[in-house]
Design a protein. Sequence first.
Length: 218
Amino acid sequence: MSGIKNISLYHYPLSRSARAKWLLHEMRGEDFTTIRVALRKGEQFTPEFLAKNPNHGVPVLDVTYEDGTQQVITESLAILTWLGDLDDRFAPSSTALRARADYLQVLALGGSWMDQMLWNIRLHESILPKPARNEAFAQFNRDKIKNEIAPQLTRRLSEHDYICGDKFTAADCLMGQNINWAGAYGLCRDEVFKTYMGRMKQRPAFQLAFADASEFEG
Ligand SMILES: N[C@@H](CCC(=O)N[C@@H](CS)C(=O)NCC(=O)O)C(=O)O
């Protein structure tokens, strides 16, 4: 990773920042800094944190380049795409047109479309105050994952060991975390998902990224 001096990740256990932490461990082992943001205590609303991410969420990637300049990257989808492009072990090159198109499609499906379905379930089943929750909307999102997303993922994982084929990519960090998240809602629990997640859980980088899972406070 030439040109980069240091990477810091703002993180909270089992959250979307675990996607980025997993990929960072795959790429750099322990060679990055993890900064825990106590979301339950509201640390994401401090002026220092809001200056980095006005959307008050993790992950935030704080990159120091070798020339001493810094850059902050927010949005897990952008972070995973950017990190993947730093290391050709984790992303198909832009000249591999078909593989690259498939990979970008899976990243967007996971980081945008499916992510929002999971988020809507979380919002309407546990985050919003009870009077603001909409049970039918939560169920609508559950049905979309069950009937539309899961079959697409099942087809991919039945044909190959990884979400984009025979090689692990950054898209596995994103979809793997989504499948884990969906599992907490009783979704994506068929055998094909268990086999895939079993394979992911054997990866030392996965184990490092999720070692703090028991510290998740809701
Ligand atoms: N679209 C953003 C969502 C980030 C996000 O909502 N993160 C949650 C944890 S999964 C968070 O930090 N929430 C605290 C808050 O919104 O105050 C991304 O994918 O990075």
